[in-house]
Every structure is written in structure tokens, then in C-alpha cells.
Design a protein around this ligand. Structure first.
Ligand code: MSP
Length: 512
């Protein structure tokens, strides 16, 4: 079966920032690792192009929404290319295949009696074009100035009978935890979701009258309305994977992929991914085992505060990659945040991690190992009977695999770095420059040189999901062109007589 992984689709009413980049790089590392295990992977990502905010932003710029989203979509596409994101399918919600699928899902739910039409009276912000609830009231009980004129209006809309699935969802969450495959990873967020589901009371408004929002997917059963942007956006996970809700449709391709694991930020777990989406799928007839799990990551903040363009503290990953390089950007985003937790972004920290871990630890290890092999043996290795680090390396590879399987990417990187740190210490302990002066130590010197090259070969595989281009560059210098596969992490693949390439710096220091 395919390993199907998706990321949240990015809003095209905003520009990409490092939060978006983190999510893509994280998903990319997991997808690349799964491919290295020999699994077939379907990695889906894209852009969320409809909705009120897009319509408003386009209006402000005086362009058609389609033109507005096309421009921003280009930015995201170019950035993911620059950052080496190996997605298999691009999901843009204006694509006909998506629109057809969303309309078929809406029709199915309408036919099944999951929707009803009702008139709602409530406080409506004219400026923000949305209904307000008590949550939007300030401490004084009034709606703040950010809402502009607030009027009481009456509007007819379609509602999805959400609350009747409350108990089913609670049972599903509990059953998944009991079976040891939590609905939400990391598991500490399960309780948070469960509490929210406990409180689930109302139904979900899934329509917007065209009189106030035109930029959306039309309801197939009432052309005066478009569907709510979350109903549209969430459906991308199935529409781009080949799902067709029509009875009797060929589902074989879709079945071979589904279910997916959705990689999302903590802000969009409740309610969309943790409540609306499983209930939408359930109502469409999906079995419990086919309800996808969520991998929920934390947030990158700036000095503890939320990053936003309006606060002027948003970090542009494009500029970051141009200034410090793709390896530095990817490595920092993956090494300095634990899965599920928040972290503070800082350029000093990025430079520190890059210079410390990549330029110093790994870069020096590569450089000194290749230089010594060249100086003492013209780059040719002699394969020893055994190696003192073979057991240590295989233990670390096992740790790495366990951690990657559990989506603990940062911890997996640490396992790889333990090998690097151990190898650097091994160079100091064995002092090959002294061995080289003593002909009686020739065998020992061969053992050291082989051990270092072989460890570097394994390291190059382990870092591939994180910094793929640098890993390729290292393999080129090691002159090893074997398959980049987890089953190549076993000790001893470099043959007796293997000739290493010349050392070329892969991680030049960032000077400040
Ligand atoms: N369009 C919706 C998702 C629809 S999925 C069917 C959306 N878009 S978004 O552009 O606002 O966010 C995209 C992803 O980036 C979300 O998973 C969100 O959590 C993540 N991040 C946004 N800001 C972030 C940080 N500062 N840090 C880490 N991730 C953050 O939500």
C-alpha cells in the first residue's frame, strides 16, 4: 500500500513564511525517508485558493481573484522547488478535478439528508463580511472597532448535521488510542481534541450566498450559493487522490493510496481537521479504518510572539535560502524544533546550528577523513575484518529508524549526529597522523580510514531526507553510487580497494 502524506494547503491570500516552509520540509523529510525504505509514497501539497479573504484581497488590488491567486501560487511553487520539496501531486483548489469532486460530495450529502436549509439571525460584520459570535466580543461585551459596522441580519444558508456524529467521533478517538495508533500524533494533543469534541453542539454552516461571496465552488443543488471554504479545502485530500463519490465509480487508484496522514499545524486541528473532516468523511460513507490520522506540528514564533506580516516580523524562507543556502534553511527548520512543540526562530540560532553541526562536525569529519585517505593511501581503502564502530553505527541506525517511523524527525537527526560526534572523537583517539608515521601501524591506519569512510557513507544515507543535495554531494566525494536506501545502512558496503574522491567543502562556514 502507498504511504500517503499530505500537508495543509496554504492560503493564497498570504505570502509564504517559514511556518509554511517548516511544514513542507518536515513532510518532505518523512516522505523521502519512506521512499528510502522502499515504500511507494504519494505526497500531496498545494494551495487553498477560494474564499472571502481571497476575494477581498483581489478586490483591494483591483484584479480578478483568479489572477490574484495565480500570482501567489507561482510564489509557492517556486519556493517549494527551491527548497527541494519532493511532492508528487500539486493541489490547487481551482482545478476542475477538485471542483467536480467537491460538488459530487456535496450532492451525495444533500441526497443523504445530511444538509438542511435554515435562516439565521445574528450579528454581522460588514467590513469582515462574516457573522460574529460571542467569542468575538471584547472584554466589555462589545464588538471591537476591527469589525467595523456590526448590524443584525437574517440570512438563509445550508447546514451540515455535524453534532449527531459527536459520540461516533469520541469512540473513534478512544478506539485509536486503545489500539496504540492515536488519531493525533504526538499523542499529547489527543486530550485537547477530545475535550473539543465533547463540547460539540451546533451544526456547520457550509454555504455562503453568492450575493456576498462569489469566489467559491457552487452548490450543485442551489446555484445561489457557493460552499464554505473549509468544506472545499479539506476535500482536496481526496479529490487529488482520485476519489469519486459517484456510486459504482472505479475507486481502485484511490483505494491504493487512502488513508493518508495529514501534516498540519496546531491551529487547524480544532475544529477543521479534528472535527469537520472526519465527520465529513464518515457522512460520505468512509469506514472507521479509513479515517485519516493527523500529524500535528507546533509553531515557529518570533521572540515568543506570533509571526505575521502585519506585525512586520514574518520571515521569508526565500530570502533565508538565498542568504544562507537551502541546506542551512532545511537543517535549521528540522533540527531546532521538536515535533508537536513550538520554537523561536532566530537567524543567530540558524547560523549557530549550521556552523556547529554542518560546517564543523560533519563538514570537518568529511574533509579530514578524505584528506587523510588521500594523503596516506592515495584515496584507496583496504577493508578490515571488523571495525570498532560497526556496532555503534548499527545501533544508531536502528534508533534513527524507530524515531523516523514515529515521526520524531528532530530526534532522528540527533541519532545521525551521534555517529558524527563519535567519529570525530574516534579520529582524536586513534590519531591517524601518528599511525601514518609508524609502518607497524599500517593495518590500524587502514582500519581507521575505512571506518571513517564507511560511517560517512551511512551518515550520507541518514541525512538524505533532511538535506538531500548535500547528501548527494557527500556521496559524490565518497565515490559511492550504490542505491540510496535504508537497507544500504548495513556496515561494510564499501568494497576492499574502493577509491575515494577528493575532498571539496560541502558546508562552507557562514561568516558573521
Ligand atoms: N488553508 C488552510 C489549510 C487548509 S488545509 C485543508 C490554512 N492555510 S495557512 O496558509 O494559514 O497555513 C498553512 C499551514 O501552515 C497550516 O498547517 C498552519 O498551521 C501552518 N503554519 C502557519 N503559520 C505557522 C507557523 N508560524 N509555524 C508553523 N506552522 C504554521 O490554514
Amino acid at each position: 500500500m502507498t504511504f500517503f502524506i499530505t500537508t495543509a494547503i496554504d492560503y493564497t491570500n498570504g505570502v509564504p513564511h517559514i511556518g509554511h516552509a517548516y511544514e513542507k520540509v518536515l513532510t518532505d523529510a518523512i516522505a523521502r525517508y519512506r521512499r528510502m525504505k522502499g515504500e511507494e509514497v504519494f505526497f500531496l501539497t498545494g494551495v487553498d485558493q477560494h474564499g472571502q479573504k481571497v476575494q477581498q484581497s483581489a478586490q483591494k488590488q483591483g484584479v480578478a481573484p483568479s489572477e490574484f491567486v495565480a500570482g501567489l501560487t507561482e510564489k509557492f511553487l517556486a519556493l517549494w522547488k527551491k527548497l527541494d520539496i519532493s511532492y508528487d501531486r500539486w493541489a490547487a483548489t481551482t482545478e476542475p478535478v477538485h471542483k467536480r469532486c467537491v460538488q459530487a460530495m456535496l450532492q451525495l450529502l444533500w441526497d443523504n439528508g445530511d444538509f438542511y436549509k435554515a435562516r439565521q439571525t445574528g450579528h454581522y460584520s460588514v467590513r469582515q463580511e462574516q457573522f460574529l459570535t460571542d467569542k468575538e466580543r471584547g472584554p466589555d461585551g462589545e464588538f471591537g472597532p476591527e469589525w467595523g459596522d456590526v448590524v443584525v441580519i437574517e440570512e438563509e444558508n445550508y447546514y451540515f448535521k455535524l453534532a449527531r456524529h459527536r459520540q461516533w467521533l469520541l469512540d473513534l478517538i478512544d478506539a485509536r488510542s486503545a489500539a496504540g495508533r492515536p488519531f493525533v500524533v504526538p499523542e499529547f494533543r489527543v486530550a485537547e481534541l477530545r475535550n473539543a469534541v465533547e463540547k460539540l453542539a451546533g451544526d456547520l454552516c457550509i454555504s455562503r450566498p453568492k450575493s456576498r461571496l462569489e469566489w467559491g465552488i457552487e452548490l450543485p443543488f442551489d446555484s445561489d450559493f457557493v460552499t464554505y471554504v473549509w468544506f472545499d479545502a479539506l476535500s482536496n485530500y481526496v479529490s487529488f487522490a482520485g476519489y469519486d463519490p459517484a456510486p459504482g465509480a472505479d475507486q481502485s487508484l484511490f483505494r491504493s493510496r487512502w488513508p493518508a496522514i495529514h501534516v498540519i499545524g496546531k491551529d487547524i486541528m480544532i475544529p477543521p481537521h479534528g472535527i469537520y473532516w472526519p465527520i465529513m468523511l464518515k457522512a460520505c460513507g468512509f469506514a472507521d479504518d479509513d479515517i485519516p490520522s493527523l500529524l500535528v506540528h507546533g509553531w515557529w514564533n518570533i521572540s515568543g510572539a506570533k509571526m505575521s506580516k502585519s506585525l512586520g516580523n514574518s520571515v521569508d524562507p526565500d530570502v533565508l535560502a538565498d542568504t544562507f543556502g537551502v541546506a542551512a534553511t532545511r537543517y535549521y527548520l528540522l533540527s531546532d524544533i521538536a515535533i508537536g512543540r513550538d520554537a523561536d526562530f532566530s537567524e543567530e540560532r540558524l547560523i549557530q546550528r549550521y556552523n556547529g553541526d554542518l560546517a564543523n562536525s560533519l563538514g570537518n569529519l568529511l574533509n579530514r577523513s578524505l584528506s587523510m585517505a588521500k594523503r596516506y593511501r592515495e584515496g584507496a581503502l583496504r577493508k578490515p575484518e571488523s571495525s570498532p564502530l560497526a556496532g555503534f553505527v548499527s545501533d544508531k541506525v536502528a534508533d534513527y529508524g524507530r524515531r523516523m517511523d514515529a515521526f520524531e524527525t528532530q530526534a532522528a537527526l540527533e541519532s545521525a549526529w551521534e555517529i558524527i560526534v563519535r567519529c570525530n572523537a574516534y579520529v582524536e583517539e586513534t590519531a591517524p597522523w601518528k599511525l601514518a608515521k609508524d609502518p607497524a601501524s599500517a593495518d590500524k591506519l587502514d582500519e581507521v580510514l575505512y571506518t571513517l569512510a564507511e560511517a560517512l557513507r551511512v551518515i550520507s544515507i541518514l541525512i538524505t531526507p533532511f538535506i538531500p543535495a548535500s547528501a548527494d554531494a557527500i556521496r559524490l566525494q565518497l565515490a559511492w553510487d550504490g542505491p540510496v536506501h535504508m537497507d544500504q545502512c548495513g556496515w561494510g558496503a564499501l568494497a576492499d580497494g574502493h577509491r575515494l574522491g577528493d575532498p571539496v567543502p560541502v558546508f562552507p562556514r557562514i561568516e558573521t
